[in-house]
Design a binder for this molecule. Sequence first.
Ligand code: FES
Ligand code: FES
Length: 152
Amino acid sequence: MTIDININGKALTLDADPDMPLLWAIRDLAGMTGTKFGCGKALCGACTVHVDGQPVLSCAYPVSAAAGKAVTTIEGLSADGNHPVQVAWRELNVPQCGYCQPGQIMAAVALLDKNPTPTDEDIDNAMSGNICRCGTYTRIRAAIHKAAGVKS
Ligand code: FES
Ligand code: FES
């Protein structure tokens, strides 16, 4: 079937099985590869994107559920990579291998949109679904606080 969807401000009509995970529509049909495949089972957060501003796990979210909605991926956060969260991430050298980081950043942006001054506990709760095999959690938390300082 054809599915009308808006990805990063671009209106697209995708020819897709309605049950196709949104992740594959983004990567394979729309050609945006910033969003990563980790587990494919809603367990790691690597595939986190926003649908109408809410964080979703795109590996477990059918593309048909995003029809008529606005999807934002890591590529759509900022035209020049300078969203305050991206800047904080760079300044604190958060990534190690980097694989989980697009999902971490999308989860962090969603948290700060909802809660501009999160506590450590708020951060740990909001980010608990995003796994980092390199263990960058301490820097992630610090970068979220830094971005919160810039935004607030
Ligand atoms: S790839 Fe979607 S949660 Fe792991
Ligand atoms: S930076 Fe390597 S998995 Fe998170």
